[in-house]
Design a protein around this ligand. Structure first.
Ligand SMILES: NC(=O)c1ccc[n+]([C@@H]2O[C@H](COP(=O)([O-])OP(=O)(O)OC[C@H]3O[C@@H](n4cnc5c(N)ncnc54)[C@H](O)[C@@H]3O)[C@@H](O)[C@H]2O)c1
Length: 351
């Protein structure tokens, strides 16, 4: 299936002219440092950090001596010459911050998920077009060793024609106190890891989305959660029907008393490909024989994300993670959320 190819005139003659400002330098995974280091490796120049938490600003100043620091985004946009802004903030801030930066004429890389709703994605895509700048999502896991191996095996024909893709992330217990457990801030239990799993799925199933059915169990953990009625679903479940007849499921649950093994399983007409964080397993049926091949996942190649961004902005190389591609998993998540509330399947607006 064809999506828009983003080719634009090179904006910079050298990657070091790309001056990067990050918004959000949080402590959960120190993602700000990771982004700036990866962008440096791609030849770009770390220039500024906008972060309201003074303690985190101090960390940024220590890790990148001489970097400009701002408590407010509008101040950074007004005073700094940053021309590419990276959003590393909670999910409900992605769309408003992206619009603010795009409208200020800055290129934008948004951490995953691109946004929470389809309409937010539409507005971000329109704003980027209007300002004639780039917007993309940091889908680093597009280059996970596991999905790269899965695509290689599937394309070789080893497991036959793909019938179904199942994604499952399960644990037992009350969601943590962090913002990811707030429905209004995170988008819901499916958004944080589910968007990665859906992005894997969309690489495997190269077909248009037909419809989405969502299910949600709410209220079991809410009484014990700091977020009360705003706590994410105990379990979110989505079924995606593709126009080529393949279907995919996604389950993210805090009600998994007997956590199932694995993260993704692809079932084909000749066998299956299964993986978790570290390992994969290929099972092929040949007559009465069952041939199982186990292996460690190859290393991640996340550096390819910013290498592509730099090449896009300096040489006009087509963008790999286009905004239209980024909108596809969000459209599924958004439809699943609405479907669960309405109790019926919903047709896809964007295939
Ligand atoms: N791609 C990946 O592998 C990966 C891994 C971890 C996190 N993430 C994503 O990164 C994003 C941030 O997650 P995190 O774990 O770093 O969260 P975090 O809570 O550690 O950090 C968020 C930071 O954003 C700041 N912030 C909040 N609102 C802001 C605003 N309006 N302006 C400026 N700063 C603001 C907060 O003060 C905080 O320091 C999320 O989208 C998350 O899904 C992606």
């Amino acid at each position: 299936m064809a999506l828009a190819i983003h080719v634009m005139k090179p904006r910079f003659s050298h990657a070091n002219e790309i001056k990067v400002g990050v918004i959000g330098y949080g402590g959960a995974f120190n993602m700000g440092r990771m982004h700036l280091q990866d962008m440096q490796k791609a030849g770009m120049t770390p220039r500024a950090v906008a972060e309201p938490d003074a303690a985190r600003v101090a960390v940024a100043a220590q890790e990148f001596p001489g970097i400009q620091t701002y408590a407010r985004v509008d101040e950074m946009l007004a005073k700094s010459d940053v021309n590419l802004v990276v959003l590393i903030t909670p999910h409900n801030t992605h769309a408003p911050l992206a619009l603010q930066c795009l409208n200020a004429g800055r290129h934008v890389v948004c951490e995953k998920p691109f946004a929470i709703t389809t309409e937010e994605c539409d507005a971000m895509i329109a704003a980027a077009k209007k300002a004639n700048v780039m917007v993309s999502t940091f889908h680093n896991r597009h280059w996970d060793g596991s999905i790269l191996k899965a695509l290689e095996v599937i394309r070789s024909g080893m497991i036959g024609d793909v019938v179904r893709v199942e994604g499952h992330m399960g644990q037992w217990g009350k969601p943590g106190d962090w913002w990811r457990s707030s429905k209004s801030i995170s988008g819901g239990v499916l958004y944080d890891w589910g968007v990665h799993v859906l992005e894997y799925t969309l690489q495997i199933v190269n077909a248009e989305i037909s419809e989405v059915t969502g299910f949600a169990k709410r209220g079991f953990w809410a009484a014990q959660s700091k977020w009360g009625a705003d706590t994410v679903e105990d379990e979110g479940f989505a079924v995606v029907r593709f126009k080529n007849g393949v279907w995919a499921t996604l389950c993210v649950t805090n009600l998994d008393a007997n956590p199932k093994r694995g993260m993704v399983e692809v079932t084909g007409t000749k066998g299956s490909f299964w993986w978790d964080y570290d390992n994969h397993e290929i099972t092929v049926r040949d007559g009465d024989a069952t041939i199982v091949t186990k292996g460690r996942n190859p290393p991640v190649q996340w550096e390819k994300y910013y290498a592509n961004i730099a090449a896009h902005l300096t040489q006009g190389e087509p963008l790999v993670i286009t905004p239209e591609w980024s909108r596809r998993p969000i459209h599924i998540l958004d439809l699943a959320d609405r479907s669960a509330r309405e109790g019926r399947s919903l047709a896809a607006k964007y295939s």
